[in-house]
Design a protein around this ligand. Structure first.
Ligand SMILES: NC(=O)c1ccc[n+]([C@@H]2O[C@H](COP(=O)([O-])OP(=O)(O)OC[C@H]3O[C@@H](n4cnc5c(N)ncnc54)[C@H](OP(=O)(O)O)[C@@H]3O)[C@@H](O)[C@H]2O)c1
Length: 310
């Protein structure tokens, strides 16, 4: 950031899972954060977006707004592209006209998951579902319409606010199902790097401070299957629940999902930011912050659980 720059920073999707942590972790003695929710601005309204940005004249815009319920995107292609692509094109053009720096959040789902080694920032996207295609198309417009931008791809987000778009995150869902049923079935053949939104938010503010450009993969370190992720949640929380390993094929889902969507955080390393901590440590921190008591007893659970997710 230019020293002494006093233009505001506008955050879109401020009440979402990542948006909440970005708001919470924002630190600047000189700049104002204008945190906007869908009630303030619907990103699908190009007029609202343009008028709001022209009035606020932000130096930085951070876009976390998305329609990312994967099954719902498959059923409502128009909505997926309206929010994740066409609105992003409009936003990118407005940002560019104002000379603003646009931080756009994207996803591991831009990849097909057929690889067996982590995807680098320059690996070619090849989405296999509507959500991934709409996000890849949104990225395309950011790259081509706004001169000053980073695109931050992440994966498997969990944050204290829970995902508003999905009605809760995976950890909340596992804890709720584990407590209700004592057993959950989770796929072993989809591999990812679960990422804590508090860690991601911290890294995004560091990228903004350095005015980083281009694509960045930002995830917690190491990878696991959703099955391993679930097991670790129960081990760390002390909630007694069995986890049954199942295959994606047995779930009969109408949506194809990448089998392997681990992101190599190469640019974080090469540009000196360094890697984030391992996902298991981040889950531990999340559970502590959520009020789950850890330690030898590991039985007490006082976590707020919200809705269902995939
Ligand atoms: N969740 C994941 O596992 C995951 C993984 C990889 C990448 N990502 C990406 O990370 C970003 C943040 O995800 P998240 O988990 O924080 O999602 P989230 O909790 O669902 O937050 C998304 C935000 O977007 C807002 N929004 C949706 N449609 C909007 C519209 N038409 N106009 C204005 N705001 C709108 C939502 O507002 P409402 O609350 O009013 O709906 C919500 O505040 C997204 O870009 C997503 O694609 C997520």
């Amino acid at each position: 950031m230019i020293p002494g720059d006093k233009t505001p920073i506008v955050l879109l999707g401020a009440n979402g899972q990542l948006g909440t942590d970005l708001s919470r972790q924002f630190q600047s003695e000189t700049r104002e954060l204008v945190a906007l929710t869908r009630q303030d601005v619907d990103v699908r309204s190009h007029e609202q977006v343009a008028l709001t940005m022209e009035r606020l004249r932000p130096g930085v815009i951070v876009n976390t707004a998305a329609f990312h319920k994967v099954e719902a995107c498959e059923d409502d292609v128009e909505q997926a592209f309206a929010v994740n692509c066409i609105a992003v094109r409009n936003l990118a053009r407005v940002a560019d006209q104002l000379g603003a720096y646009l931080v756009h959040i994207s996803t591991d789902y831009v990849f097909d998951g057929e690889g067996r080694t982590p995807y680098a920032e320059d690996s070619p996207p090849n989405p296999i579902n509507v959500y991934g295609a709409s996000k890849a198309a949104g990225e395309f417009f950011v790259r081509n319409s706004c001169r000053r931008h980073p695109i931050v791809r992440s994966s498997g987000l969990f944050g204290l606010a829970g995902s508003s778009g999905k009605g809760g995150n995976f950890i909340q869902t596992m804890l709720r199902l584990g407590r209700e049923r004592g057993v959950v079935s989770v796929v072993t053949d989809q591999i990812l790097s679960p990422t804590y939104t508090a860690d991601l938010a911290d890294m995004i503010w560091r990228l903004v401070a350095a005015e980083s450009q281009g694509v960045y993969h930002v995830t917690n370190r190491d990878s696991c299957s959703w099955y391993e992720f679930a097991r670790s949640i129960f081990e760390l929380s002390g909630v007694p629940s069995d986890v049954l390993p199942v295959t994606t094929a047995s779930m009969n889902s109408a949506v194809r999902r990448p089998r392997y969507s681990v992101l190599a955080n190469r640019r974080l390393e090469s540009t000196g930011f360094g890697l984030m901590r391992p996902w298991s440590q981040a889950v531990d921190s999340y559970l502590q912050a959520a009020g789950v008591k850890l330690g030898p007893g590991r039985a007490a659970l006082e976590v707020g659980v919200k809705g269902a997710t995939n």
